[in-house]
Design a protein around this ligand. Structure first.
Ligand code: 6PG
Length: 236
């Protein structure tokens, strides 16, 4: 195993240490395009569940410049904030602006979470959408500075019998959200976590030391998980 891989072992996941955020974005975009080709060849469609937040934006912008069989792509979201559909805080709006409105994926195949309806109604509605989409071919996740992923926050119970859940009083604003659960996020052929920047180093160190963080629990529940992490987040 190359020395760099020995520098960082995260329970439940393989890690790939990269130089900087740009390298993480390029690796992520390449993996997504390769997974799409394989899924479309094997099953005629590619189902991807996107990460929210800012980390994946660079990868989304690279995908906007790529060529792919976009008509066979089906896009879902791992979580959404309970704000109006045109609110700049929406994860769906960020993915649309960076990528999804710049490639010809049929809009009926882009499944935003109706979080504007409120956390409970949004979660109930999206659970029905997700129920018809599992297993995902690829799930993309980020990690918060406290080790949260999607809108699964430390110390918060996650129902094992639900695919999507309402979230209130989230430590990361806005307080009300809809999140896929561990059961839904882990029901995938490939799980990729994008981690960049020194701000995530403390969470990564906790994960490395075996702290039961939401991101670690999702990775442990998935058939396979890969963390694409830059040196700043890895603390090296
Ligand atoms: C959200 C995201 C959240 C995000 C992490 C990392 O809605 O806030 O889904 O889980 O992935 O908080 O956010 P950054 O990528 O902006 O650091």
């Amino acid at each position: 195993m190359p020395q760099q891989d020995l520098a960082l072992t995260l329970p439940g996941a393989q890690t790939r240490l990269l130089a900087d955020p740009q390298a993480v974005a390029a690796a992520a975009a390449g993996m997504i395009l390769a997974a799409a080709e394989e899924a479309i060849a094997a099953r005629g469609r590619f189902r991807i569940c996107l990460a929210g937040g800012t980390t994946p934006t660079a990868a989304y912008r690279l995908l906007a410049e790529a060529s792919a069989n976009w008509s066979a792509w089906h896009v879902y979201h791992g979580d959404e904030r309970c704000v109006p559909v045109d609110d700049p805080e929406r994860n769906s709006l960020a993915a649309d602006a960076a990528w999804l409105t710049r490639v010809p994926i049929p809009r009926e195949q882009v499944h935003a979470i109706p979080a504007e309806r409120g956390a409970e109604a949004g979660a109930d509605a999206y659970a029905a959408v997700i129920g018809n989409a599992l297993p995902f071919d690829l799930v993309l996740l980020g990690i918060g500075e406290d080790g949260h992923t999607a809108s699964l926050f430390p110390g918060r119970p996650v129902p094992a019998d639900r695919l999507a859940m309402p979230v209130h009083d989230a430590p990361k604003p806005p307080p009300d959200r809809v999140s896929l659960t561990r059961r839904a996020l882990a029901d995938c052929r490939a799980l990729v976590v994008l981690v960049t920047g020194a701000g995530k180093a403390a969470a990564v160190a906790k994960w490395r030391d075996g702290v039961d963080l939401p991101v670690a629990a999702v990775c442990a529940a998935a058939p396979s998980a890969l963390v694409l992490i830059d040196r700043a987040a890895a603390g090296c």
